[in-house]
Design a protein around this ligand. Sequence first.
Ligand SMILES: *[C@@H]1O[C@H](CO)[C@@H](O)[C@H](O)[C@H]1NC(C)=O
Length: 321
Amino acid sequence: MRSICFVFFVILVCEGTNSLFLPGIEYRRLRNSAPSLSWMSRSRRVAPRHRIINPNEDCFLVTSEEEQIFFKSPSNEPTVCGIYMIAEPDKRIQVTFDYLNVRCENEGLVSWVDGWELSGQVWPADSWNDDRVLETCDQRPARTLISQQNAALIQYRVPARGQGFAITIKHVKNNKPCNVVLFGSEGVYTLRNHGEAGNCSVISVSPSTIRVLNIDVGQTVKQSRKGLMDFETGTIHHCKKRGLSDYVDIGGASGLDHTKMFVYENMCGLDSTEGHQAVKIACEDSVVRLVSSGKYYNSVTLAFAPLPMENLESADFMCPF
Ligand SMILES: *[C@@H]1O[C@H](CO)[C@@H](O)[C@H](O)[C@H]1NC(C)=O
């Protein structure tokens, strides 16, 4: 199986008829994949070093591999397709265009997106700006493209038979991951602000059970980091309402834009014994967002697990439609 994707993601894609950057996007329906298998475990089984895109199957392609990908247009149809690239949370995506033969005439276009875009929503929306998109035709981007987080996207429309392009995908180290897409919804991840101001998030593209294993948010003051004992406040709820500057939001979203997330729980504090209570989020996407003023070293460790379809009804939180 060449295309790997999560069932909710597929639904999202199949419903998505509008693309922000390439209007008229219409991905063909993918054959359904079992939602219980993790994205990661299935993608590991497919490891071609060189892949030739099969236009009938791979219009919506998700890959977690380092590989070279070729595309040659089979027709003059202005079909818009996408290569959704994802790496481990502490990696960035690096793309080099090995060649590009896509003419601007007939509206041929290839775009690099430093993030993901789906149904008109972008991720990570928090730190979005136009520099994240590079559109090209006639000439390949000379420079190597590197994403700011562990996911990036190539969108293409090549309405001329025989034209195409080749890219090489590599994963490079990210020493300060901030926004992260999780493979499936499995695993433990620590979200940190690295002492900086701004918002970081973890998004899982499926319904998930989220457990907070450890929280240190709005407590460890930067200046006094050395020498002072940390004081366990326990988990504090409704921190935003209390007017505290640094907090964690846990909830879900209907789409990739986590700034429009629905918040189920808002918390801060210092608590190393969290973890007894898991939150079941029944949304297209499960999101944890860390808001930081820059005054503290914040971190929150989370365990993500898939929320099976049959448990959706017992969820703690459902996103409104
Ligand atoms: C971070 O999130 C807060 C709360 O949603 C918002 O007010 C602020 O503008 C965000 N900061 C950035 C840099 O996006």
